[in-house]
Design a protein around this ligand. Structure first.
Ligand code: PAF
Length: 286
């Protein structure tokens, strides 16, 4: 597996792959790879002959008080894991290659609607940074498919909307969340949790699971969401950013479970912000 760091080299390698023939699937990441990312690579391999992954810790999607500088960086380990899992090529640009005019470059993409509320409310500018870097990565790699984890469900919705609105010729595919045996969704940020916090964090998937079951059993939405927030606070989450029920496609808030929906939550365990979500279908549609 080659690791490429500049655009002329990437373009030459892509030209050679296109000449060989076959589809290209792309898995954009910020590195610190885990089994969740490998599920994306496995799905990419099912869909395409060639699999390209990127590792780029994107400064423009981190707020001033967020973890950009301490975000885990382990490119050699990531590259070995990608190679073992059958990746064709690793695209690992520097910040200078990605943003020659500086990260605060003039062109930014704002996806209205789905970016608003949820993580968009507590992380202002985050989804502009994600939409902009993903649009750039998709233009650079020009894949047939691009794969993203459903764990970042709002991010997936933002990227789908951006790709549709900009007529990008790529199929955006979501891959179900991968979980540890105790239910916690795999995330590079789990590495920040102390052993005690890691145990307490199990309350997040449990609270969502109970809430999803209660909603599907016909319980009232506001009461179910309030009970889930209380359960997270009782379990030691320092703050609960949100527990919400949204339309599965448009992410508009739902007061009743009258269509396919997504239950989404974000809460802080110590200094670590964790997110998770589950699908919820109205009775008769499960
Ligand atoms: O989910 C991530 O790892 C990042 O947000 C992404 C999509 C690679 C953009 O930087």
């Amino acid at each position: 597996m080659q690791t490429l760091r500049d655009l002329p080299a990437l373009r030459a390698a892509l030209g050679a792959l296109r000449t060989e023939g076959g589809k290209i699937a792309f898995v954009p990441t910020m590195g610190a790879l885990h089994a969740g990312h490998m599920a994306l690579i496995a799905e990419a391999r099912r869909r395409a002959r060639f699999v390209i992954a990127s590792v780029f810790v994107n400064p423009t999607q981190f707020g001033p008080n967020e973890d950009f500088s301490r975000y885990p960086r382990q490119e050699a380990r990531d590259a070995a894991l990608l190679e073992e899992n059958g990746c064709t090529l690793l695209w690992a640009p520097s910040v200078e290659v990605m943003y020659p005019g500086g990260p605060e470059m003039a062109t930014r993409i704002t996806v209205s609607g789905v970016s608003e509320g949820l993580c968009g409310a507590s992380r202002p500018g985050h989804f502009d940074g994600v939409a902009t870097v993903v649009a750039k990565l998709l233009n650079q790699v020009q894949p047939d498919f691009a794969l993203f984890g459903e764990k970042d469900y709002q991010q997936l919705a933002v990227i789908r909307r951006m790709a549709a609105d900009l007529d990008l010729a790529v199929e955006i595919a979501g891959v179900p969340t991968q979980r540890d045996a105790d239910g916690l969704a795999l995330s590079s940020r789990n590495a920040y949790l102390s052993p005690e916090e890691r145990v307490a964090a199990r309350a997040l998937p449990r609270a969502l699971g109970r809430a999803a079951a209660a909603l599907q059993a016909g319980e009232e939405v506001d009461a179910v969401l309030a009970a889930a927030r209380a359960a997270l606070a009782d379990a030691g989450f320092a703050s609960v950013d949100y527990v919400e029920l949204r339309d599965a496609d448009t992410l508009v808030p739902l007061a009743a479970l009258d269509r396919p929906a997504r239950l989404l939550a974000a809460a802080r365990m110590g200094a670590t912000r964790l997110i998770d979500n589950l699908p919820v279908l109205p009775a008769g549609k499960a």
